[in-house]
Design a protein around this ligand. Structure first.
Ligand code: FPP
Length: 240
């Protein structure tokens, strides 16, 4: 089965830096290099959709200085990386509650998202100030508005219809979710979109997650049987 959508929780930057007796932001800078190599590998492997958890709604509670440095890093990375990403056929999208960012950063994200590559090879979704519960609630709110304006009736609300209100509605569900850094948690990342995802928890810290590791996980994904609630026999019959 081909992989249509990979999602990644990039964890372990801070510990990677601490191990080297450097400030945590040094780890985030190293993390950007891994973001770059991961995107390149996904494009080379023909993965059409990649979603990265860059900043969670809970991350605001970090020390002000670290949050500020992360914002600066996003801003700089967006300017620096975008020309090469466009060359690779990567379309950038931002998901999350963007209203909490500075007007300057919001404008930057808007500008970057408006730049279309000549030939689209991959959607890169960057989740910032994102939370899986927030996503369900913003969808419910929009749906509620359409219900009250009678654009839709309650009986018409199906999984497919609800999905249309979620972030990433235009992209297939996540096949493969990877979390680096050794924790076994979803941390309020995509919830609705990972209903049937295969989940890989990797001990490696994000700055050390190299293309070989990614390809190894993709190979393991292919060797896992995805049954979607069916029996093995049914899955084998479907495949033949
Ligand atoms: C988690 O590591 C990582 C983050 C909160 C930030 C991720 C950001 C980047 C990799 C850089 C910028 C990304 C883009 C898309 C330009 P952590 O700090 O929680 O590490 P720890 O668990 O070891 O403390």
């Amino acid at each position: 089965m081909t992989i249509k959508h990979i999602a990644i929780i990039m964890d372990g930057n801070g510990r990677w830096a601490t191990l080297r007796k450097r400030p945590r932001t040094f780890g985030h800078q190293a993390g950007v290099k891994t973001v770059r190599s991961t995107i390149k590998t996904c494009v080379e492997q023909g993965v059409p959709n990649l979603t990265l958890f860059a900043f969670s709604s809970e991350n605001w509670s970090r020390p002000v200085k670290e949050v500020q440095k992360l914002m600066d890093l996003f801003m700089r990375s967006l300017s620096k990386e975008t020309p090469e990403l466009l060359k690779q056929g990567v379309q950038q999208n931002f998901i999350g509650n963007l209203s909490r960012f500075s007007p300057k950063l919001q404008q930057k994200m808007k500008n970057v998202a408006a730049m279309r590559p000549e030939k689209l090879n991959m959607n890169l979704n960057i989740a910032v100030n994102y939370g899986g519960k927030w996503d369900v609630i913003q969808a419910a709110r929009k749906l509620g508005q359409d219900l009250s304006s009678k654009k839709i009736t309650a009986d018409e609300v199906s999984e497919g219809v609800f999905n249309n209100y979620m972030s990433l509605a235009d992209q297939p569900a996540v096949d493969l979710l990877i979390r680096t850094g050794g924790e076994h948690r979803i941390s309020n990342f995509l919830l609705w979109q990972i209903a049937y995802a295969e989940i890989f928890f990797e001990d490696v810290l994000w700055p050390d997650f190299n293309p070989e590791e990614l390809i190894r996980v993709m190979d393991q994904f292919h060797s896992r049987e995805r049954r979607f609630g069916k029996t093995s026999e049914q899955v084998n019959l479907d495949a033949n």
